[in-house]
Ligand binder design. Structure first.
Ligand code: ASP
Length: 597
């Protein structure tokens, strides 16, 4: 028999009770976390959102409550009426461990089936089970704490944005395609058969329209949808802090984001200071082989192409040779060196060369190709110290406009840093990357494509290069785009935009869109640009990733209430799913067999 809640009201949260609450009469409500039956005394740990409190049922003092408590099982929902007393022995593991509650009355408000896994801090349940029963998983303290952190971070961001004069403005979810470079999720229109909405890949066009509309400063914490290929830490729907500013310089945007991030970090107990470091894209690739360098450790790359000149043919070297000094790795065994070479080759390296540095000098099989002097010179260039291993990498495939050897060496650098434990976990290295390439080479399309989205502004001196039809010149054009990076993770990107219709149209043309495609896809936007568009720019940060980093979590799924798996499935709701024939008929959709991927 279940009891009724009636008019009973909760007075306290379990986890908040302290010694100062002793002698208070309280009403607590929550779930039975654990129960221990010692005969005349029965204890339960009662759980609510705030944490746990120990409840004591004493048969001699309150027989009826004790009898009722004997029926309790894990996850039953109860109301406890009782008095707070100080414990004789404090439980240091519980925030409320100074006190316990002597129950005078117990109401059982609901029973619970035995859960598929025990709701406890350390769980052995697989991620699949946790996601299938996410509502039970979220009862655990860790997931709960992360959602609480997410709430506080987002609230603080909203406060900061408001204080800086931004309006939060919603933009449509049912819209048309935005070119962010991913596939769209399409939504069929019943009212207009054969027509589709696209879920927004980002509010990019709308936020630019809001600038044309004179809103001056817009932001939104907004869901975006991208049907991308499955990859470890991707979510098909994710949340952005999206913003746009009229009449900004790059510094205006950076200042806003620095303020936001400093405050968001503070919420998580992390002290960082603005302004953040800045680095040009080219320099980032040269020094770190990455457009999102992790600055928490050194091991910078050095171009030693010239030093390898004499052996280019013998060693079949194409492109550049990039080297670094790995501290302490001179002690690597034969096996470790082989593994290093294997890994680098797995990343696309053609040649991987190593040299050990000891107090006596530098030794390497390379000596016979390069000579002792050149080898010494390489050691000096990479600033190798005794105990270091010099690693040099060459690459096979050369994509126009990129340095494959540098990109591979950059990944080798990251792997070595992990292996050699060079990454200090408590450091927070923010970095702005600027002056990205405007276009990049797409190997499947064999054409230049926008490196970011096609609304990205062009560095003023480079605009004239658009007149030159050669791919090489186009690949050398710099954009007004920028990325924010934290500890080697890209948090988001943005740009100062193109605000002149004529230039925007030329970009679309350069990207190979015909007059008709331009009108059809972007006509409304190109029109809007002709009605007095202010210079504007903005950025979007991936909030799931930001919160995951602040929470010290590797996976974004841990900071999303109901995440999807890496296969883009919601295991709990079992989405995506098939739909009734009626629904398809109404939409005029006929399915044809699709090959399983
Ligand atoms: N719309 C861009 C994105 O989602 C961000 C921006 O350019 O503001 O990546």
């Amino acid at each position: 028999m279940l009891d009724l809640l009636g008019t009973l009201q909760r007075t306290h949260y379990c986890g908040n009770l302290r010694a100062v609450d002793a002698d208070k009469d309280v009403v607590l409500m929550g779930w039975v976390h654990k129960r221990r039956d010692l005969g005349n005394l029965l204890f339960i740990d009662l759980r609510d959102r705030s944490g746990l409190a120990q409840i004591v049922f004493n048969k001699e003092l309150h027989a009826a409550a004790h009898a009722r408590a004997e029926e309790l099982r894990a996850e039953y929902v109860v109301a406890v009426i009782g008095r707070v007393v100080k414990r004789q022995k404090v439980n240091p593991d519980l925030a409320s461990g100074e006190v316990e509650i002597i129950a005078t009355e117990l109401r059982i408000l609901n029973t619970a089936k035995t859960p598929p896994f025990v709701v406890e801090d350390e769980t052995t349940a697989t991620e699949e089970t946790r996601l299938r029963y996410r509502y039970l998983d979220l009862r655990r303290s860790e997931p709960r704490r992360k959602l609480a952190l997410r709430h506080r971070v987002i609230l603080e961001i909203r406060r900061a944005m408001d204080e800086m004069g931004f309006y939060e403005i919603e933009t449509p979810m049912l819209t048309r395609s935005t070119p962010e470079g991913a596939r769209d999720y399409l939504v069929p229109s019943r009212v207009h058969p054969g027509h589709f909405y696209a879920l927004p890949q980002s509010p990019q066009i709308f936020k630019q329209l809001l600038m044309i509309a004179g809103m001056d400063r817009y932001f939104q914490i907004v869901k975006c949808f991208r049907d991308e290929d499955l990859r470890a830490d991707r979510q098909p729907e994710f949340t952005q802090l999206d913003l746009e500013i009229s009449f900004p310089t790059q510094d205006t945007v950076f200042g806003v984001i620095e303020n936001v991030m400093v405050r968001a970090c503070a919420v998580a107990g992390i002290t960082v200071n603005g302004p953040f470091r800045r680095m040009k894209y080219k320099e980032a690739i040269q020094r770190y082989g990455s457009d999102k360098p992790d600055l928490r450790f050194g091991m910078e790359l050095h171009d030693v192409t010239a030093e390898f000149a004499a052996a280019r043919e013998v060693l079949h070297i194409e492109g550049s040779v990039q080297a670094l000094a790995a501290p302490g790795a001179a002690a690597f065994s034969r096996k470790q060196l082989d593994e290093l070479a294997e890994k680098a080759k797995g990343l696309g390296a053609r040649g991987v060369y190593t040299a050990k540095v000891t107090a006596e000098g530098i030794t390497s099989a390379l000596e016979k190709n390069l000579g002792a002097e050149t080898l010494k010179k390489i050691g000096a260039i990479v600033e190798a110290k005794p105990g270091d291993l010099v690693v040099a990498v060459t690459a096979k495939e050369q994509i126009p406009g990129t340095d494959a050897a540098a990109l591979i060496a950059g990944q080798v650098r990251l792997q070595l840093a992990e292996q050699l434990k060079l990454v200090p976990k408590e450091r927070w290295e923010f970095l702005w990357i600027t002056e990205f390439a405007l276009f990049e080479w797409n190997t499947t399309e064999k054409a230049v494509v926008s490196a970011q989205h096609p609304f990205t502004g062009i560095v003023d001196e480079d605009v004239a290069k658009l007149d030159d039809p050669s791919d090489e010149v186009r690949l050398s054009m710099r954009s007004k785009g920028y990325d924010l990076v934290l500890n080697g993770v890209e948090l988001g990107s943005g740009s100062i935009r193109i605000h002149q219709q004529e230039l925007q149209d030329r970009i679309f043309k350069t990207l190979g869109l015909s007059e008709e495609q331009r009108r059809n896809r972007f006509g409304f936007f190109l029109d809007a640009l002709t009605y007095g568009t202010p210079p504007h720019g903005g950025i979007a940060l991936g909030m799931d990733r930001v919160v995951a980093l602040l929470a010290g979590e590797k996976s974004m799924r841990e900071v999303i209430a109901f995440p999807k798996t890496t296969k883009a499935q919601d295991l709990m709701a079992e989405a995506p799913s098939t739909v009734d024939q009626d629904q398809l008929d109404m939409l005029g959709i006929q399915l044809k067999p699709v090959e399983e991927k």
